[in-house]
Design a binder for this molecule. Structure first.
Ligand SMILES: Cc1ncc(COP(=O)(O)O)c(C=O)c1O
Length: 450
């Protein structure tokens, strides 16, 4: 038995993998990874795979990055963990200071959780609790845009809209208001992203007008709806939403978990709309893709609504065991150092251009309806009918065929349904981008053949 196969057998005997129909692995080999360096993952037989999706959109500066490794090693010998209630430590203080500095003006307080979903739960709870503390208990509903994704816990699923993940559990989910997404994939021909996003905002404005008295917050992913198929919209939607939330007295929660830290072309997507949300949630690339951690940033005004005598029972009594873990903070500090010391955002502009150039021919592919891009996210949508955008039936699993082909070639291109996308680490080279585009093109040719 080959080494990979031996590890796979041991794995399948005891593990249940995330987001997986385990029966698939009767045909589809599971890939045990032995080690990783830079953009490359390597299995137990020495085969390498270019990590074109940054290991679920987290790994921005490569695997086993020497600068991040060193910082974690130093921290490990100093303090591995201490509970954050009643205690503090240097990395969490420094990280909080730096997050306050680099995020939009007005986000002055940082609360930590230990994964993205938990971070969203914090923001939802804090928002409603703020209204309770300020005497408006009726504000207990949330609004969002369709096709969003905010995690897998019950509350985060309730504010998400990707039915593949939420439909099964709908009996368990709180009732939220869903407004059609500004997703520009559906804009009529000849209409700009900006005009379409503006037009779609009208429904959100009406929702706010009608429901603001019961609404605690609007929550959404900024600019790119990741798990919903890398669907994109124009920053004007966020600018208008900020204005309307202010006008109607509703919080704005921006989920930058996937799109924060340079992914959309600016350090945070909110910058492109020139807004400060009431809550900004960060995770994934926050630690360079090393360790699970989320940060929820909010305003002094919200913080002050909780600040009182203990007996008033206004405190935010929410906790996760690993809140502010020092090792995760060390990884995050090293990540922020790389942003500060290298010209990451500037360099990404060149890489983003290269991603666009390398894939532009796919616009003419008979089974591709759109090649869209926002910064370092590039998505290619495969369709059955180019003219009508009729999708391939999901049961045909066309994306999986691209995945299998790319894996043979040594590229990790895990698709979202019929959408093949690149979310590479920022250390990718122009040559690697060209090669990835070739592999994706061949994979798409193969997968769309009948
Ligand atoms: C936009 C967004 N929000 C929240 C989450 C949930 O994060 P986690 O998987 O760490 O719970 C994700 C994960 O993909 C995400 O993309």
């Amino acid at each position: 038995m080959s080494l990979n196969n031996a590890w796979m057998q041991r794995d399948l005997a005891v593990l249940w993998h995330p987001c997986t129909q385990m029966k698939d692995h009767e045909q589809l080999p599971l890939v045990p990874i032995h080690k990783a360096q830079g953009i490359w993952l390597e299995d137990f037989e020495g085969k390498r795979y270019l990590d074109a999706v940054s290991s679920w959109w987290t790994n921005i500066f490569g695997h086993c990055n020497p600068r991040i490794n060193e910082r974690i090693k130093q921290q490990l010998d100093q303090l591995e963990h201490v509970m954050l209630a009643g205690f503090s430590h240097q990395p969490v203080i420094e990280l909080s200071e730096r997050l306050v500095q680099i995020t939009p003006q007005g986000l002055d307080k940082v609360f930590y959780a230990d994964n993205g979903s938990a971070g969203i739960e914090v923001a939802l709870k804090m928002s409603h609790h703020y209204w309770l503390n300020t005497g408006q208990p009726n504000k207990k509903r949330f609004a969002t845009i369709s096709n969003g994704y905010h995690g897998e816990t019950l509350a985060t699923m309730a504010v998400s809209g990707v039915s593949l993940y939420t439909e099964t559990y709908k009996a368990l989910l709180m009732d939220c208001i869903k407004v059609p997404s500004p997703d520009c994939y559906y804009r009529p021909e000849g209409v700009s992203w900006e005009a379409h996003s503006r037009l779609m905002f009208e429904q959100m404005r009406q929702t706010l007008e009608e429901h603001h008295q019961e609404l605690s917050a609007v929550i959404l992913e900024p600019l790119v709806q990741g798990a919903g198929g890398m669907r994109m919209y124009h920053p004007i939607y966020l600018t208008l939403l900020r204005e309307a939330c202010d006008y109607y007295g509703v919080h704005l929660i921006v989920d930058e978990i996937a799109m924060g830290f340079g992914r959309t072309g600016t350090l945070f997507a909110c910058e492109q709309a020139n807004i400060t949300p009431d809550f900004m949630v960060l995770s994934k690339a926050l630690t360079g893709g090393y360790l699970p951690m989320a940060a929820v940033l909010t305003t002094e005004q919200i913080y002050q609504a909780f600040y009182d005598e203990y007996a008033s029972l206004r405190a935010f009594l929410h906790s996760h065991t690993y809140t502010g873990n020092p090792l995760a903070c060390a990884a995050a500090l090293a990540t922020l150092d790389i942003f500060a010391e290298d010209k990451v955002i500037e360099n990404n502009k060149l890489l983003a251009k290269q991603m666009g150039r390398a894939t532009e021919h796919l616009i003419d592919h008979p089974y591709v309806s759109e090649v869209r891009q926002t910064g370092m996210v590039l998505a290619i949508e495969m369709v059955k009918d180019k003219a009508t955008k009729q999708p391939f039936a999901w049961q045909e699993r066309r994306g999986l065929k691209v995945y299998e082909y790319a894996m043979q070639k040594g590229a990790l291109l895990r698709p979202l349904g019929n959408v093949v996308y690149f979310i590479p680490p920022y250390i990718i080279t122009p040559e690697q981008i060209n090669w990835l585009a070739e592999v994706a093109t061949e994979g798409i040719d193969l997968a769309t053949r009948n």
